[in-house]
Design a protein around this ligand. Structure first.
Ligand code: PBG
Ligand code: ZN
Length: 324
């Protein structure tokens, strides 16, 4: 047998495999989502997300310090409001939950990159991502509120704005509001390609949302690949600093598409359903959860992601920190 090339020559030992591995995962790539709920005194376990909790505000500094000690450089904050109304006004109150979380996180560890999830669904009584008019979310009215929200977040000391509502023109509106208030230096990470996905199921329990409608009139249809690329490219035109694909594992084609069309940093959100599937399959003894976690995280990077928002951030950091 005269094979001209044998791929197996470079797979023979673990040192050789390390030498030619194309994709690396680092703790620098990880962003930890944190849930904070108003008016509770002890952490609440989330049944659908084993190991993940909603924390009382008083515990946020400790959570930030723990993440910092694990080498995590960035967190994204989700607030669960007990002061909901039809428009989500608490989210742009200078003493509202979003502003308080940001101040508390920055005070705990000033060098932590504190990112706010900028939306309204956890602050509205109906659970939609904006103002309802004629049975649908009104795009442009929502943008006006979003402008107020991001300025309040910036005044509270946020390091990065991450709008997740999939409103048209949201990046331009945010940029205009930030720049005209002296926050030209605050970057925007857009949830630029966000699908209307069944993978968000466990998140709904995580944020205690009674929401049981759909977001099909603002989030992307999961059958649409060209439109999904166009959404991210539009956000580049509007001034987004970082793009995002969400969810992750079922949408690697979009990571790859966006990677080939822009040179912006690209994030991926490994969402609640992806985390839950791995955790519950591990608990059932069907798969090795830790190994599958690492395989999924590497897959995101291989497909083109630079940053990964993941509920596994602390666990993955522990694996990475334990390597020689
Ligand atoms: C809402 C929001 C959602 C997630 C992050 N921000 C849910 C949704 O769009 O319904 C999902 C995160 C997850 O499932 O982990 N703007
Ligand atoms: Zn929302």
């Amino acid at each position: 047998m005269q094979l001209t090339h044998r791929f197996r020559r470079l797979r023979r030992t673990s040192a050789l495999r390390d030498l030619v591995r194309e994709t690396q995962l680092s703790v620098n790539d990880l962003i930890l989502p944190i849930f904070v709920e108003e008016d509770i005194d002890t952490p609440v376990e989330i049944r659908t997300l084993p190991g993940i909790r909603r924390y009382p505000e008083t515990m946020l500094p400790g959570v930030i310090k723990e993440a910092h000690a694990a080498g995590i450089k960035a967190v994204i904050l989700f607030g669960i409001s007990h002061n909901k109304d039809t428009i989500g006004a608490d989210s742009w109150d200078e003493n509202g939950l979003m502003a308080r979380m940001i101040r508390s996180a920055k005070e705990a560890v000033p060098e932590m990159v504190v990112i706010s999830d900028n939306c309204f669904c956890e602050y509205t009584s109906h659970g939609h991502c904006g103002v309802i008019c004629d049975h649908d979310v009104d795009n442009d009215k929502t943008l006006l509120n979003l402008q107020q929200q991001v300025v309040v977040a910036a005044k509270a000391g946020v390091d990065m704005i991450a709008p997740s509502g999939m409103m048209d023109g949201m990046i331009a509106a945010i940029r205009e509001a930030l720049d005209s208030n002296g926050f030209e230096h605050i970057p925007v990470m857009s949830y630029s390609t966000k699908f209307s996905s069944n993978y968000y199921g466990p998140f709904r329990e995580a944020v205690d949302s009674s929401f049981n409608g759909t977001r099909d009139s603002y989030q992307l249809d999961f059958g649409n690949r060209k439109e999904a690329l166009a959404e991210s490219l539009r956000d580049v035109e509007e001034g987004a600093d970082i793009l995002m694909v969400k969810p992750g594992i079922a949408y690697l084609d979009l990571l790859s598409d966006i990677r080939r069309h822009t040179h912006h940093p690209l994030a991926v959100y490994q969402v609640s359903g992806e985390y839950a599937m791995i955790k519950f399959a591990d608990q059932a003894g069907a798969i090795d959860g830790k190994a599958l976690m690492m395989e999924n995280l590497i897959a995101f990077k291989r497909a083109g992601a630079d940053l990964i928002i993941t509920y596994f951030a602390l666990e993955a950091a522990a694996v990475l920190n334990s390597r020689p």
